[in-house]
Design a protein around this ligand. Structure first.
Ligand SMILES: [Zn+2]
Length: 435
């Protein structure tokens, strides 16, 4: 009796196709060669957070819905989204986003990566404490070759992840990469390189390192704001040159979409029983943190300004958005209530929770003090004979404006000619002039 079975031709074809598909799936699952996920999908499939994270276990973006728009911008190849700038408060998950972005590149989209922190030591710490444990986690066992992992840098195929401090030009001049991260940008020097060599701020230097990569070039600049500074290349300047996207969340009472801000935040109650609530500008109702965060997955990013730089997309991410159970509105209200306006203790409240710059007040001498100090130079308002030209400096703060007119002579000698202070709410003044 023969074992040969006469299989119909059509059936043979189906068996061959099924076998081919099976091998394809097996190879794909083993090596992931054909898989190319976006950063968010990759993170939710592969990223497992360790015990040092705010919430350990498999990464899930449902608790931080505002991050979805930022992941989309990081993956975008739109030239207007070449630089993704994040003005952020504390406890929002932005650092994990940087780690996820790096992990996804190493695993599925290998490119050279440059990672900067304000110091070399912090950059090394980020790689050691965040990136290396991620790559060695059980999710990647057998998927990522870990032989190239070193504390000084990580290699994968022909590519590498390098890190450096953002305080000197050395880190910016040694390597080129299409993927660059400038973490905590506000802590860098405003001018990293020397002006006479044509160098400048960290972002310009970073973009120069990506110049040969065209549309693939991407720079991620997340930072907690510190002080208002409008020097060229400062974080505040760069943020305002972008389109200033804000996460609009529906009002639980009337559904009006608006972004969370210090201006809408209200402290209710007294003593230790105070709470923080958000005022709706449309219906005038207050809503609690729980009411807002129960529906803030319905929120969306909207630009609030015209883009002044063609390649910068900027996001404002105040700590008010952090998930329930992290930094609560009640604790923000307590901290804000306890801090005094103009003093140092107000800075963390503004920087970390409202995600805004803050300038401490300085003791400004009265104009008469300054005139007396320079009384030898003449009567107030008169110009010394050595003065070649005049300058006027103005410091605009929320509640007051200080100005000074100086005369400049030979060898840089200056003469204070007049000064004054105007106490006013500058926004009220601006509104009055616009009418
Ligand atoms: Zn409302």
């Amino acid at each position: 009796m023969s074992n040969n079975v006469d299989i119909p031709k059509d059936h043979k074809k189906r068996i061959a196709k099924t076998t081919c598909n099976l091998f394809h799936r097996v190879f794909k699952s083993l090596f992931g060669q054909h898989e190319r996920l976006d950063t968010l999908s990759w993170s939710q499939k592969y990223r497992v957070l360790g015990s040092s994270a705010a919430e350990s276990g498999r990464y899930n973006c449902d608790r931080t819905p505002y991050m979805k728009g930022i992941y989309a911008a990081l993956d975008s190849t739109d030239p207007s989204e070449q630089v993704i700038l994040l003005k952020k408060g504390a406890q929002l998950g932005a650092t994990e986003a940087a780690a996820n972005w790096i992990g996804r590149h190493i695993h599925q989209n290998p490119q050279n990566i440059l990672m900067f922190q304000d110091t070399e030591k912090k950059a090394a710490g980020f790689i050691e404490e965040k990136i290396i444990p991620m790559l060695r986690s059980s999710a990647f066992r057998g998927i990522i070759d870990t032989s190239g992992i070193r504390k000084k840098g990580i290699t994968y195929g022909d590519c590498s992840l390098k890190h450096a401090g953002g305080q000197s030009t050395a880190g910016f001049s040694s390597h080129s990469a299409p993927v660059v991260i400038l973490d905590e940008y506000c802590r860098y020097k405003s001018n990293v390189g020397s002006a006479d060599k044509g160098e400048g701020d960290a972002l310009s230097l970073a973009i120069a390192r990506t110049a040969t990569f065209g549309a693939r070039a991407k720079v991620y600049v997340p930072s907690t704001p510190v002080e208002n500074s409008y020097e060229p290349g400062s974080f505040t300047t760069l943020y305002e040159r972008g389109d200033q996207r804000k996460f609009h969340v529906p009002c639980p009472k009337c559904g009006d979409m608006d972004f969370m801000s210090k201006d809408r935040f209200r402290i209710v109650g007294t003593g230790l029983n105070i709470d923080g609530q958000m005022l709706c500008k449309k219906c005038g109702e207050l809503s609690t943190e729980l009411e807002y965060k129960s529906i803030y997955h319905k929120g969306e990013w909207r630009p609030t300004s015209e883009r002044l730089a063609p390649n910068i997309t900027s996001f404002h991410l105040p700590g008010l958005l952090s998930p329930l159970g992290w930094k609560s509105w009640k604790s923000i209200a307590l901290d804000w209530n306890a801090a005094k306006e103009g003093k140092a203790e107000m800075r963390p409240v503004m920087n970390l929770y409202f995600g805004e710059e803050y300038n401490e007040e300085v003791d400004v001498p009265l104009d008469t003090d300054i005139i007396e100090r320079h009384s030898g130079y003449g009567i107030r308002g008169t110009v010394h004979k050595d003065v070649g030209f005049l300058t006027m400096g103005v410091d605009i703060q929320r509640g007051w404006v200080v100005w000074e007119i100086k005369g400049w002579g030979k060898k840089g000698i200056s003469y204070s000619l007049d000064t004054g202070k105007i106490n006013h709410d500058i926004e009220t003044v601006a509104c009055r002039h616009r009418r």
